[in-house]
Design a protein around this ligand. Structure first.
Ligand code: UN1
Length: 508
């Protein structure tokens, strides 16, 4: 079903989806056309995107402001039903979207399908949450002669800034949450995956999301993002991406002279660890480590970056890990049997390769795999690599790719390992492999992260069951796909009625 959409000859086009005509590139405008090339397949051109210039972006804010005046007043059920329809259309277009995701982002087939699946889940989950939480005002305790209720309503215009590693799910999740809560949305997808975002936004418009309520503004993150977030009419930002980008967002918001600042919901990086004690089951550990570190070519903020193995079992685990790494099939992301596809682009590949080369020069490579020759020359591939850490505390920042660091620890030092994890101040995912219940409870209590996984892999959080998001430098919360997420997209209004006043009407 994917084949026709994987056709290399098919050219995709995208540009701003705004309620007025986007300005065409001219000498007077800063709009330009951006060429999208695949991260594999000899970097063939996948399509073209017209970047949004600042005049178009400002006009989109004007539109969103006007549209908000009607949108926040719409009944919850109407907006929730629209989300369900968005979920249904994504489901109908699964093969097309998965194929585009493979071509544009180089995601491996199973990952691309899971990306679309998660987007569908977000639509239905947030629709249900909105019905439950905002469907009718909450009754509050009465005061003498008065009734009180609490209701939620949209904050205003939300800017949604989404990443390239989940070009379908995260883009959709952000947009759906903001819309159902009663906000109008300006979506700024990652430069690398504007085509996926464009196609999804188009489908949403087709099922009834008004064009002026959801506008898509593809473009250069630094420039366009700064322009949008400087506009005092923006009342919220929902962001998933790197910590440096989140610092830039904070600075732009802080430079505004209105206060208080708009709400910022940010999901950022991780330096995620897994602890394996001597009671763990080695075969299961290896499978979970390999998936957590190398699936999606390690390009998940949830991915495993540091493996800590208790020294009594370390030799066996390391040998088995090397063997499992050698089994990984690196290559064509469009094949179901491929384990590791390309990384997002050449810039990413060069950065990761430079780090691996530095580690090799320092003699800390534990194990390297090889990218088959035909693929090494075909795109941005990085070989899954394991690197020995010089100590429990060592680690030099987030390397967003198929790179796993390993260290051993003495049983008596388990708390030191947890303290080192906490001291990094990132707190996204964490894995523990242990069959010692007391130790598990202790670690669970001590570790400061958002998602703890016990005796399994640490990726692939399920919408509704495993709400996703971290602590500290990993994000502001609340967790996406969880029961508290929508709360940050709304503002609250109480209603107090004097039921004893002359002509008072208790049933108002
Ligand atoms: C991200 O990688 O940017 O649990 C966040 C998971 C995914 C991670 C998404 N929900 O693996």
């Amino acid at each position: 079903a994917l084949a026709p959409f994987l056709d290399e000859k098919k050219q995709w086009q995208a540009g701003p989806l705004v309620a007025h005509d986007p300005l065409l590139p001219s000498e007077a405008s800063s709009a330009s056309t951006h060429q999208v090339t695949s991260p594999y397949d000899h970097r063939k051109v996948v399509g073209q995107v017209l970047w949004t210039d600042t005049a178009t972006a400002t006009a989109a804010v004007d539109t969103a402001e006007l549209a908000f005046k009607a949108w926040y007043m719409r009944p919850i059920e109407e907006r929730a039903a629209l989300l369900d329809r968005c979920g249904e259309t994504l489901e109908t277009h699964m093969p097309e979207l998965a194929a585009l995701c493979i071509r544009e982002a180089g995601k491996q087939l199973n990952d691309a399908i899971a990306d679309v699946r998660e987007a569908i889940d977000f639509c239905h989950y947030y629709a249900d949450q909105a019905r439950q939480q905002f469907g009718k005002p909450m009754e509050l305790p009465g005061t003498t002669g008065e009734t009180n209720t609490l209701a939620a309503e949209g904050r205003g215009i939300f800017v949604a800034i989404s990443p390239w590693n989940f070009p379908v799910a995260i883009f959709t999740g952000q947009v759906m949450a903001a819309l159902v809560a009663g906000n109008t949305v300006l979506a700024k997808p990652a430069e690398q995956t504007s085509l996926c975002a464009y196609r999804i936004a188009q489908l949403m418009h087709e099922v009834g999301v008004p064009l002026e309520v959801l506008q898509l503004l593809p473009g250069d993150g630094a420039e366009l993002g700064k322009h949008l977030l400087s506009d005092p009419r923006i009342s919220g930002v929902v962001f998933t991406g790197s910590n440096p980008a989140s610092v830039a967002i904070n600075r732009t918001l802080a430079a505004r002279d209105d206060a208080p600042l708009p709400v910022l919901i940010a999901e950022t990086g991780g330096l995620n660890a897994m602890l394996v004690d001597a009671t763990a089951l080695p075969e299961q550990v290896i499978r979970d480590v390999v998936e957590s570190a190398f699936q999606s070519a390690g390009q998940r903020c949830s991915a495993l970056r540091i493996l800590y193995v208790q020294e009594d079992i370390a030799d066996g685990v390391m040998e088995a890990l090397k063997g499992a790494m050698d089994e990984l099939k690196i290559g064509d992301p469009a094949q179901r049997s491929t384990d590791v596809g390309p990384v997002i682009d050449e810039e990413a590949r060069e950065g990761l390769q430079e780090y691996i080369d530095k580690c090799r020069a320092e003699g800390c490579i534990l194990h390297e795999t090889q990218v088959p020759d035909e693929w090494a020359t075909n795109g941005s591939f990085v070989a899954p690599t394991a690197i020995r850490l010089s100590g429990i505390e060592a680690l030099d920042g987030e390397h967003f790719g198929p790179i796993l660091h390993v260290a051993t620890y003495k049983a008596a030092d388990a708390d030191k390992v947890i303290d080192a994890i906490n001291a990094r101040r990132y707190g996204l995912t964490f894995g523990l492999h242990s069959r010692n219940q007391q130790f598990t409870d202790h670690v669970m209590q001590r570790v400061r992260v958002g998602n703890v996984y016990i005796n399994r892999n640490i990726i692939g959080a399920v919408v509704g069951s495993q709400p996703f998001g971290g602590q500290g430098l990993s994000g502001t919360g609340p967790k996406a796909g969880g029961p508290h997420y929508l709360q940050r997209f709304v503002t609250e209004k109480t209603r107090t009625i004097n039921t004893t006043a002359q002509g008072g009407n208790a049933s108002l």
